[in-house]
Design a protein around this ligand. Structure first.
Ligand code: TRP
Length: 344
């Protein structure tokens, strides 16, 4: 395979909400639109990473499948020959590679990961699983097995991509050129070209991210919500007592969030939306328009979901998983040879 590889993981721990859609799903679909044909695109489900955060084990398997359908409903083209979708746990080389890389990774190196440090501060290091502690190693395997140069991720995952680069360089120094080295953070950011990461807030507590896990149903729009009920959540969204619409996430997070949602759902530049609303229209006019946009968006997405050809999706998964197993096994074998597990 000679095209450069763009690789990214789509976590499928739980049902998706509007924040996931606008912040992660839609950007990934756009990534495909932008790069298909020129790059190889690996969009995989890191299901082994699921256990680093709480998960309903009985639902995980089906959830993964359901979430992949949502990607297709959102516009992911599964006929595109350069796009590969696969589940991590169906390709055993990920785990095997992670073990080997772990043996070349320092305890201190993992302890310095910001995510680990933050969690250790809140819950205490003794309560952190080894999975959460060392998942950056598994993530490095995800990336290095396929020779990916480009790994578009959110802010909180950048450090982990840097680690993948570090360990690739270290292994290459020790064993010769066994890995493609992912590009550095600066190049990754330029490649992703993302100006502002989209962070949709809770409708009820707009100081916080929209999130399923904190038990905030009135503030969270699930993609499976009844469209009318979702519209009502928008109408009852928390705003403020300023009385004039402004885009100011510090002072008026509620109305700012609504402006942001409207811009994304209507696919218009934020400035255009602001131009219509800021200082001009009332809170209730804004809410009504956002409620309508949310309602139409959900109705449309849910209709599309019903038309998805499940068999075709499952076939695509099976074919891609087989193809990726070949690629991953070849990389793993090279590594097994240089570390002395297989004859050179
Ligand atoms: N750790 C990422 C997250 O929590 C998901 C992920 C796993 C990933 N492996 C990856 C992302 C490899 C990019 C590349 O969101």
């Amino acid at each position: 395979m000679d095209k450069e590889v763009i690789l990214t993981g789509l976590r499928s721990n739980s049902e998706f909400h509007l924040g996931n859609y606008l912040g992660a799903i839609s950007p990934m679909v756009n990534l495909q639109k932008k790069h298909a044909g020129k790059y190889q695109l690996n969009m995989f489900v890191p299901d082994l990473h699921s256990f680093t955060t709480p998960v309903e084990h009985g639902k995980l398997y089906e959830q993964t499948h359901q979430n992949l359908k949502i990607f297709v409903a959102a516009g992911l083209e599964i006929d595109q020959p350069d796009t590969f979708i696969y589940r991590q746990s169906f390709i055993p080389a990920h785990s095997e590679m992670a073990w080997i890389l772990g043996c070349f990774t320092g305890f201190g190196e993992m302890s310095r990961m910001t995510e680990f440090k933050d969690k250790a501060q809140t819950v205490g290091a003794a309560h952190i699983t080894l999975g959460l502690f060392n998942y950056p190693i598994l993530m490095a395997s995800d990336i290095l097995l396929y020779g990916a140069k480009w790994v578009p991720v959110g802010e909180d995952q950048r450090q982990h991509v840097e680690f993948a680069r570090d360990i690739a360089i270290r292994m290459n120094r020790k064993f010769g050129d066994i890995f493609v080295v992912p590009e550095d953070n600066k190049k990754q950011m330029a490649f992703a070209g993302r100006s502002q990461p989209v962070r949709i807030r809770s409708l009820r507590n707009p100081d916080r991210k929209m999130s399923k896990s904190i038990g905030d149903p009135a503030g969270t729009i699930m993609l499976s919500d009844n469209p009318d009920e979702a519209a009502n959540k928008v109408i009852s969204a928390t705003t403020d007592s300023v009385g004039v619409i402004n885009l100011d996430f510090d002072k008026q997070p509620g109305v700012s969030n609504l402006l942001q949602i409207l811009a994304h759902l209507s696919n218009k530049p934020q400035t255009e939306i602001n131009g219509r609303f800021v200082g001009k229209l009332s809170y209730s006019q804004l809410k009504e328009e956002v409620a309508d946009a949310v309602k139409n968006f959900l109705a449309d997405l849910q209709t599309k979901l019903l038309t998805i050809d499940d068999h075709k999706l499952m076939r695509k998964l099976a074919v891609d998983e087989e193809a990726m197993r070949q690629v991953a096994s070849a990389t793993l074998l090279n590594v097994q040879k240089v570390v002395g597990l297989r004859p050179a």
